[in-house]
Design a protein around this ligand. Structure first.
Ligand code: AFP
Length: 350
C-alpha cells in the first residue's frame, strides 16, 4: 500500500481486499462509526454556545447523572448505525437493554456495543472526551440476537476501538491486524492515516503520518489512576502505587501521574508513550467501576494488538466470561511489563 494520502475509507478497502469472504459491510460500519465521531465532534466544538452542556436531570442504568451530551452522543450513534442496515443489535452504557430494532428493519450481521461519550464529567469544562466501541458478529440463524447473545467474551470481538475528542479528533481501531490511528482533518472532513503534504519544507519528508501500526513501549513512566480512592483499595493496590512513587533511577521511578477522567484519553496516552492505567476494585466494591463489554474489552483488544496487556489483576480481561450487559470489572491496562508488575503486587508477591 502506498503511504501517502491514505483516508480511512481507502485503508479499510485495501486491508479488506485480500479477504474473499469480506462483503464490504464491515468497512461501511466502520465508516459509519467515523461519521458518528464527526457529528459528535462538531457538536462538541460548539458545545458552550448551543446549550448542550450540563445534565438532563435523568439517571442512567449505572446510577450516574446523564449529561445532555451523553444523550446526544448515544442518539447519534444509534441514528447512523441503525439506519445503515449493517447491525442486528446495538447496546450502550446509556441504555438499560439493547435497542430493539423494529420488525422488518434492514439489518446486518454485526452487533455494536458502545460507550457513546466516555469521560462525561469532562463535558462542561472543555476537557478531552471519547467514545469506545466493540464490534461482534452474530452467527445465529435468522431472527435478531437475544439480550444474552450480545453478552460475549472479549476474545470474540471482530474489531474494537475508540474515538478521541481532544485537540484533534482521532479514530483508533483494530480489526485484529494491529492498531492504526486516524486523525480527522477538519478542513476536508476525512480521517487520514497519512497525508500528502506539499507544504512541508524540503528535507522533512513528503508525507505526514498520523499513527500507523501503533506499538506500545514494553514499559512506561506514567500511571493513571483516581488516587482519591487510595484508602478504598486493597493493600496490594496501595503498595503498587506507593512503589511507583518511590525514587529509583534504575527502574525509572518515580513515575509521573496523569489522569484525565476520560478512559479513552488516558489509554491513548499510554498507547503512544507507555505506562499503566488502573481502575482497580475497591475493598467494598471488588468489581470496580468500569464496564466490561463496552469499555474494558474493546480497549483490551486495542492494547493487546499494540503489544500491551489488560488484566483484572488476576486474569486477562479478554478471557473474562461475561454474565451481564452492564457488568463491571477491575481494569489494569497498559505496557506489558507495567501490567505484569502490578499483577504481582495484587497477588501479594511484592
Ligand atoms: P463515563 O463513560 O460514564 O463518562 O465514565 C467515565 C469513566 O468510566 C472513565 O472514562 C474514567 O476513567 C472513569 O470513569 C473516571 O472515574 P472517576 O471519576 O471515578 O475517576
Amino acid at each position: 500500500m502506498g503511504r501517502t494520502g491514505i483516508t480511512l475509507t481507502r485503508f479499510i478497502i485495501e486491508t479488506r481486499a485480500g479477504d474473499p469472504a469480506a462483503t464490504g459491510e464491515f468497512s461501511v460500519l466502520l465508516a459509519q462509526i467515523g461519521l458518528a465521531g464527526k457529528l459528535i465532534a462538531h457538536d462538541l466544538r460548539r458545545a458552550g454556545l448551543i446549550n448542550i452542556l450540563g445534565a438532563t436531570g435523568a439517571t442512567n442504568v449505572q446510577g450516574e447523572a446523564v449529561k445532555k451530551l451523553d444523550e446526544i452522543a448515544n442518539e447519534t450513534f444509534i441514528k447512523v448505525c441503525q439506519d445503515s442496515g449493517l447491525v442486528c443489535a446495538l447496546a450502550s452504557e446509556e441504555m438499560e437493554k439493547p435497542l430493539q430494532l423494529p420488525e422488518n428493519w434492514p439489518r446486518g450481521k454485526y452487533m455494536l456495543l458502545f460507550d457513546p461519550l466516555d469521560g462525561s464529567s469532562n463535558t462542561d469544562i472543555n476537557m478531552p472526551l471519547g467514545a469506545i466501541f466493540s464490534i461482534l458478529r452474530y452467527e445465529g440463524k435468522g431472527g435478531l440476537p437475544s439480550a444474552a447473545d450480545i453478552v460475549r467474551k472479549g476474545t470474540e470481538q471482530v474489531a474494537a476501538g475508540y474515538l478521541m475528542y481532544g485537540s484533534s479528533t482521532m479514530l483508533v481501531f483494530t480489526s485484529g491486524q494491529g492498531v492504526n490511528g486516524f486523525t480527522l482533518h477538519p478542513g476536508i472532513g476525512e480521517y487520514l492515516l497519512s497525508h500528502e503534504n506539499i507544504r512541508m519544507p524540503p528535507g522533512i519528508g513528503e508525507y505526514l503520518l498520523s499513527h500507523e501500526n501503533i506499538r506500545m513501549p514494553a514499559r512506561g513512566k506514567v500511571y493513571a489512576v483516581n488516587e482519591g480512592n487510595y484508602h478504598k483499595w486493597p493493600a496490594g493496590t496501595r503498595r503498587y502505587i506507593d512503589h511507583l512513587k518511590e525514587s529509583d533511577k534504575a527502574t525509572g521511578r518515580p513515575y509521573s501521574s496523569r489522569y484525565s477522567g476520560c478512559l479513552a484519553a488516558d489509554v491513548h496516552r499510554l498507547l503512544l508513550g507507555g505506562g499503566i492505567y488502573l481502575y482497580p476494585g475497591e475493598t467494598d466494591k471488588p468489581e470496580g467501576k468500569l464496564r466490561l463489554l463496552y469499555e474494558a474489552n474493546p480497549l483490551a483488544l486495542v492494547v493487546e494488538q499494540a503489544g500491551g496487556r489488560a488484566s483484572t489483576g488476576t486474569m486477562r480481561i479478554l478471557d473474562v466470561e461475561p454474565k451481564a450487559l452492564h457488568q463491571r470489572v477491575p481494569l489494569l491496562i497498559g505496557s506489558a511489563e507495567d501490567v505484569s508488575l502490578a499483577e504481582a503486587f495484587f497477588r501479594g508477591e511484592r
